[in-house]
Write a protein that binds this ligand. Structure first.
Ligand code: ATP
Ligand code: MG
Length: 395
């Protein structure tokens, strides 16, 4: 017996003109993830409903994936049975027994009939099934206003039954709005920023700046683990690492101490833009949040942003840290982010970075440092690993 899922797609349904394109992107994403794990699958639609079918043995992976693919609002296990009221009732009772065992204390039935040849109308189906469930499942009364669980029944070319589902990531399918380069530090914010943009349909690659051997091997492992978390939502992740050690040593030697953070950020932008162009990525994503740390002021963002004409997407710019932490916990990045390994910036950062860059002066002073060679060398020595899409939660 195959496992059947009803897949609810969300915002895609609003996109009238290119709806089919968005749906196709979503289907391709789901199919690719399952197929790459060797799980046979079919993702089809009928009467504006989307269904995923996998072999029984593929259940765990399918459910893991359905909860992580952007563009899916929610999903539910579904049962397909013959259009026979006794067969439907038997499955209905079984499903409601499971819900009652899971703690539900009331129910209702919502029925829809698109096959008008079926002998009972929607109301008749709901009433018949309601009666049979009441008789067969003790401790589960009907509550039509505020039921703890709802049984949905649809009569089409067959009868489909499903109960309340699990939530999805929502948003838009990955790749439907372009591709970007995420600046991924080991901190709390940047993985959340990446997650947010994946949910807006942006395909991502990640770039980390390391200061090895000033930062440890573990610091990099931590970044890779964060990239793996994102890979679960993105369907895989390309992680680039650039060594900024030489560059940071030069900065420390030649730039005024209160300017090193600002200039480092500008250099990150220049290097990121060069890599983005090489990889055909059309935007840069950061985890910056206005005012969160001294270096993240509008003036400083103007300065660092002036080194690329690619759009810099900062999905957390107006987000409170507590909300970011909540998301980080929910997506599974928080526990990794709080591991204590130092990031490259912390290591070289001054106690009091400049808050309000004076635009023209900083541009001139940064230029005068003549750091082009170090930067080009860093970009040229980029190392790249490809992380697959994980199909089970991390151990
Ligand atoms: P995070 O928690 O993401 O590290 P943060 O609050 O610590 O953010 P900063 O250290 O000021 O903030 O970094 C701001 C942004 O710059 C990060 O969100 C990230 O996008 C980028 N960034 C900082 N350090 C690095 C790094 N070593 N490699 C790649 N990107 C970085
Ligand atoms: Mg950081």
């Amino acid at each position: 017996m195959d496992a059947l899922y009803l897949v609810k797609i969300g915002e895609i349904t609003l996109k009238d003109g290119n709806r089919q394109e968005f749906v196709d992107t979503l289907k391709r994403d789901v199919k690719r993830r399952l197929s790459s794990a060797g799980i046979k699958n079919s993702f089809g639609s009928r009467d504006a409903r989307y269904y995923l079918t996998v072999p029984e043995s593929g259940r765990a992976a399918a459910e893991h994936i359905l909860s992580r693919v952007p563009g899916i609002n929610g999903w539910a296990r579904a049962e397909k049975v013959a259009k026979d009221i006794d067969a439907i009732a038997a499955t209905a009772v079984e499903l409601m027994r499971e819900r009652a065992a899971a703690g539900a204390r009331s129910f209702k039935v919502e029925a829809r009939r698109t096959d008008k040849g079926f002998p009972l109308d929607s109301y008749g189906i709901a009433r018949e099934l309601g009666d049979r469930i009441l008789a067969a499942v003790p401790g589960l009364p009907v509550n039509v206003r505020d039921p703890a669980t709802t049984l949905y029944v649809e009569i089409r070319e067959a009868a489909y039954l499903y109960t309340d589902g699990e939530p999805g990531v929502r948003g838009l399918p990955v790749g439907s709005t372009g591709a970007g380069l995420l600046l991924l530090s080991g901190g709390i914010d940047s993985p959340v920023a990446g997650y947010r943009m994946l949910g807006r349909g942006l395909a991502l690659e990640s770039l980390h700046f390391s200061a090895y051997p000033y930062t440890s091997r573990e610091a990099w492992e931590k970044v890779r683990s964060l990239a793996e978390v994102l890979a679960g939502y993105a369907g895989g992740m390309v992680l680039h690492t650039m060594s900024f050690t030489e560059f940071q040593l030069r900065l420390k030697k030649d730039a005024p101490a209160d300017r090193t953070t600002l200039y480092l950020r500008a250099a990150m932008m220049i290097a990121a833009a060069a890599l983005a162009r090489k990889r055909c990525l059309n935007s840069i994503v950061t985890g910056e949040s206005l005012g969160q740390v001294a270096s993240q002021t509008a003036e400083n963002m103007r300065f660092t942003g002036s080194y690329t004409d690619l759009p810099i997407l900062r999905p957390l710019v107006g987000t409170d840290k507590e909300d970011t932490i909540r998301t980080a916990r929910a997506i599974g990045s928080y526990e990794i982010s709080i591991q204590p390994y130092e990031d490259c910036c912390v290591l070289f950062s001054p106690r009091h970075p400049v808050l309000r860059a004076c635009f023209e002066r900083e541009r001139a002073d940064f230029e005068a440092l003549g750091l082009g060679d170090e930067l080009r060398a860093a970009v040229a020595a980029t190392e790249t690993v490809e992380l697959p899409c994980p199909l089970t939660p991390p151990a």
